[in-house]
Write a protein that binds this ligand. Structure first.
Ligand code: SAM
Length: 280
């Protein structure tokens, strides 16, 4: 294996083309090849900085076929710069697969940090930043969105999700149903001309966005539970605690009793949740 071969994971702007680091520009200039999700998007960045490195496609459709070939090229000494359409490659995009393959093959992987919509949205939202949870893209179906939200209801953290602009209003309505009264934000077109950050409680946000056709890129954020919010049962914690006690040889009755006492949940609720998952 050559010493010079490496994968350079390059963060690029999420909108404003000025938001790129000097180190990333050097890496893009010096790499043997740049692999990009959408070559048309990346071409604009390269044109702005007068960079002429060969550009190839590496997206969801081509990642499976292209990953072994790129690993081989890096092992043979190529320096490959990976960029996504926006922000940090590997965050909700196919870059994750190439990074994993290179690490598994024992190759050098350098991550060149920079913009990411998660952090920009979180700080812009004004919501608590002390602890946050990033859930990637929200599921598409209403029932799955609700299940995702329910599983996170007790988390003392700001919740962050990527969402398509077409589905954002409908998804927010489900958020408002699941978490009435919580603080929330919708961050759209961050760092771009039409940047918009709408902040309010969940129901007011739904009302404010009703009837609007949202365009561009959207991040949804939901604040941590309010102090006066009805306590929610952490269903996952109940299920895994029951499963753990059963695997340790405890009887079903004792496991339920113990979990009910440890987590402060009614015994019949523990039974219901554990049975639901088939653990009892
Ligand atoms: N790798 C990127 C990152 O580090 O943020 C994210 C890639 S993911 C495929 C694209 C999603 O990021 C969009 O659907 C949107 O939710 C969010 N996003 C990207 N740019 C954004 C922007 N300028 N404003 C708001 N959200 C953005």
């Amino acid at each position: 294996m050559s010493d010079t071969g490496r994968l350079l994971v390059c963060a690029t702007p999420i909108g404003n083309l000025g938001d790129v680091t000097l180190r990333v520009l050097d890496a893009l200039r010096d790499a043997h090849v740049i692999v990009a999700e959408d070559t048309r998007v990346t071409r604009k960045l390269l044109a702005r900085y007068d960079i002429h490195t060969p550009l190839e496609r590496y997206d969801e459709a081509t990642a499976e076929a292209r990953t072994p070939e790129l690993v081989e090229r890096i092992a043979g000494g190529a320096s490959v710069a990976l960029v996504s359409d926006a922000g940090t490659p590997g965050i909700s995009d196919p870059g994750e697969r190439l990074v994993d393959a290179c690490i598994s093959a024992g190759l050098h992987v350098d991550v060149l940090p920079g913009a990411s919509a998660i952090i920009t949205a979180l700080v812009s939202s004004g919501l608590p930043t002390r602890a946050f949870y990033f859930g990637g893209f929200l599921p598409r179906k209403a029932g799955e969105i609700r299940r995702t939200l329910d599983s996170l209801a007790a988390l003392e953290a700001t919740l962050i999700f990527y969402e398509s602009p077409r589905r954002a209003a409908a998804s927010l309505a489900i958020v408002a149903e699941a978490f009435p009264g919580r603080a929330a934000a919708m961050a759209r077109e961050l760092t771009k001309i039409h940047e918009e950050i709408a902040r309010d409680n969940t129901q007011a946000l739904v009302a404010a966005l009703a009837g609007r056709e949202l365009k561009g890129e959207v991040v949804l954020l939901i604040g941590p539970p309010c102090a006066d919010e009805a306590p929610v049962t952490d269903e996952r914690a109940v299920r895994s605690a029951v499963a753990l006690h059963l695997s340790e040889g405890m009887t079903r009755k004792d496991a339920v009793k113990r979990v009910a006492a440890d987590l402060g949940v009614a015994r019949n609720e523990v039974y219901r949740l554990a049975l639901d998952k088939g653990e009892c």
